[in-house]
Design a binder for this molecule. Structure first.
Ligand code: DP6
Length: 332
């Protein structure tokens, strides 16, 4: 079996940094069809295909510079060297940029960190893009997506704007994000953030726990493959109802399979259930709004521009993202 080091060697040749500091931005992405399980833990290969939408100018800005000692800050807060975030960052850097070089990494997210809003996806994608500049790898995006995947699986989809799919293939060199060509200007994503605090259990731990303990995990995978196909065609046809219904169904299937793990994983809070009820109430009143929820209590709403005023009025705390709006200075 290929290990991480030999895998990286197939993708890039390690060399000396070309400059001493580099920065990059990558958008966060929200999965409409979720990645939840690994068939290869070492290389972060998924058990199912997934499909996401990137959040435009919402994501992570990362600066990396050569330093006297390893240092990480997130949103101007120094991260302890004993923390998981520090370990994951420097394990990743040791893999991609070895030779005892030390780095200072500064990340700032304009989405809440670790609250199920995919901040680790945008973080590892931006870090990979910054490394590409620091080392002047001039690597294609498919290669950078494969590298970002080693930091966090969902990061491989954060190298692009718009809809991105990540297929379940056996060849790790082909396991990268693939952008879809469809642009859907009217689509809106509403972030309903009632709990910006760090989640109690990381998505990594939770997905492995679900995979190894839920008796329904196999059904989740089978359903997910169908959801992926339906979502793909809903996007091709720009069929919003089909997109929303399927994304919401995929979310509830995900949280159901987590509930069936032993012990159960529950990310929802009373405020989550209350908001779900409100979304369903709106739909009963004829408003086309759907929800999706990841490894955290917060919801993301899917709707079209025509319903923006009504929905924003209903959810006063909603932060609205236009995923297809032009993003300035985006040059991955
Ligand atoms: C619920 O990509 O954070 O957001 O590969 O272990 O780092 P690791 O997991 P991660 O899992 C994301 C889970 C999800 C669904 C998704 O983004 O597809």
């Amino acid at each position: 079996m290929v290990n991480k080091k030999s895998y990286v060697a197939q993708l890039i040749s390690l060399k000396k940094p070309a400059v001493t500091s580099a920065s990059a931005f990558a958008p966060a992405n929200i999965a409409l069809c979720k990645y939840w399980g690994k068939k290869n833990l070492e290389l972060n290969l998924p058990t199912t295909p997934s499909l996401s939408i990137s959040l435009g100018n919402r994501g992570s800005n990362v600066n990396i510079s050569i330093a006297a000692q390893n240092y990480l800050s997130i949103n101007n807060q120094v991260v302890a060297s004993t923390s998981t975030a520090f370990k994951r960052t420097f394990d990743f850097l040791n893999l991609l940029a070895p030779n005892d070089i030390k780095f200072a990494v500064q990340s700032s997210n304009n989405i809440p960190t670790g609250a199920g809003l995919a901040s680790s996806a945008s973080y590892f994608a931006a870090l990979t893009l910054a490394l590409n500049k620091l080392y002047n790898w001039q690597a294609p995006l498919t290669t950078l997506s494969c590298l970002a995947r080693l930091g966090s699986g969902s990061a491989c989809r954060s190298l692009y704007h718009g809809f991105v799919k990540w297929l379940n293939c056996d060849d790790p060199l082909q396991s990268y994000g693939i952008p879809l060509t469809t642009s859907w200007e009217e689509l809106r994503i509403g972030l309903l953030i009632f709990d910006p605090t760090q989640k109690s259990i990381s998505s990594r731990q939770a997905m492995l726990h679900t995979q190894s303990t839920s008796p329904f995990y196999k059904s989740w995978c089978e359903n997910s493959i169908k959801d992926f196909e339906i979502l793909h065609s809903a996007i091709n046809q720009k069929n919003f109802q089909l997109l929303g219904e399927t994304a919401e169904y995929n979310t509830f299937s995900l949280h159901a399979v987590m509930l069936s793990a032993r012990p159960a994983i529950i990310y929802s809070k009373p405020s989550t259930l209350h908001a779900i009820e409100k979304v369903h109430e709106l739909r009963c009143n004829g408003v086309q709004v759907y929800l999706t929820q990841d490894a955290g209590p917060n919801l993301k709403l899917l709707f079209l521009e025509k319903d923006l005023a009504y929905i924003s009025n209903f959810f006063s705390e909603l932060e609205v993202v236009s995923p297809f709006a032009k993003v300035d200075n985006w040059a991955p």
